[in-house]
Design a protein around this ligand. Structure first.
Ligand code: ATP
Length: 254
């Protein structure tokens, strides 16, 4: 990978960009993934490259929802693998559940490369190489899922997912947790809990919350989920972007 000096003001962003490019070079991220990364960077810039209060609220509700789930599942695609393979393995470990490779631009070779990468990072169980079910309402390759994983999960975490698949999973009656920097995306609007944050920051915080809340009585977790209002949190995420932009334009006028 290109050597990026730590002193660079955009260090974290450049490292992430380099990781996605490396994912493409190694063949586990699609070239379209580079465009998704660019869109994400743009929204992260607008957000101020920080975890907002709205995102923290969503992360807490997501942790409660995952802990309450009977069969939670975690989805991994090419960008997720490039940016947060180790962090997703740590989350799966904290929840004691498998990870499932799930690709928009599916190729068996890419699925295998991502599954291998997750195993190299310590994953004990990875699904997705032998899908045996299909999510209704999606065309063939995008519909593929695994029984015992995403297909019959009651709660699914889908970082960096497209709106159609999010909608199809919600239509199956699942609770869907999205991680998406764009609060206006179809995914963010359709998900049950939308974490508007960079996956690189959000997944470690989610794992930390899962660990912190793991001894919490079910009734308290249920109350957290019940009281959570995704539409309000999305409005607040947009509000925090507006506040950040206002601060930036005021600074540039000084
Ligand atoms: P939708 O179909 O939901 O409207 P989209 O067409 O923008 O969304 P994609 O092109 O699949 O969906 O892009 C994936 C989404 O992931 C984008 O909304 C982008 O902002 C987001 N994204 C990209 N990189 C990151 C990241 N590092 N962390 C969180 N979100 C990201």
């Amino acid at each position: 990978m290109t050597d990026i000096p730590r002193s660079h003001p955009r260090y974290a962003s450049l490292v992430a960009r380099e990781r996605v490019a490396e994912g493409v070079r190694r063949g586990y991220t699609s070239t379209q993934g580079l465009i998704a990364q660019g869109r994400g960077e743009c929204f992260d810039y607008l957000i101020g490259e920080r975890t907002t209060v709205a995102a923290l609220e969503a992360i807490r509700a997501a942790a409660a929802m995952l802990l309450l789930a009977k069969r939670p599942a975690l989805s991994v695609n090419g960008n997720v693998a490039a940016l947060a393979a180790e962090e997703m393995v740590a989350l799966a470990e904290a929840l004691k559940i498998p990870l499932e490779v799930n690709l928009f631009h599916r190729s068996e070779e890419r699925v295998k490369k991502i599954a291998d990468l997750l195993r190299e990072n310590g994953a004990t169980k990875v699904l997705g190489e032998w899908p045996d079910a299909a999510v209704p309402g999606l065309d063939h390759a995008r519909a593929l899922a695994t029984k015992g994983g995403i297909y019959d999960a009651d709660v699914v975490l889908i970082p960096l997912e497209d709106g159609d698949r999010c909608e199809a999973l919600v239509a199956m009656g699942k609770k869907v947790i999205a991680i998406d920097l764009n609060p206006l995306s179809r995914t963010a609007k359709k998900a049950t809990v939308s974490i508007v944050d960079n996956i690189v920051r959000a997944v470690p915080l989610l794992t930390e919350q899962v660990r912190m809340l793991s001894g919490t009585p079910r009734a308290e977790l249920e109350a957290m989920v019940r009281e959570y209002d995704n539409q309000r949190v999305l409005r607040e995420a947009v509000g925090e972007i507006q506040e950040h932009l206002k601060g930036q334009t005021e600074k540039s006028e000084e």
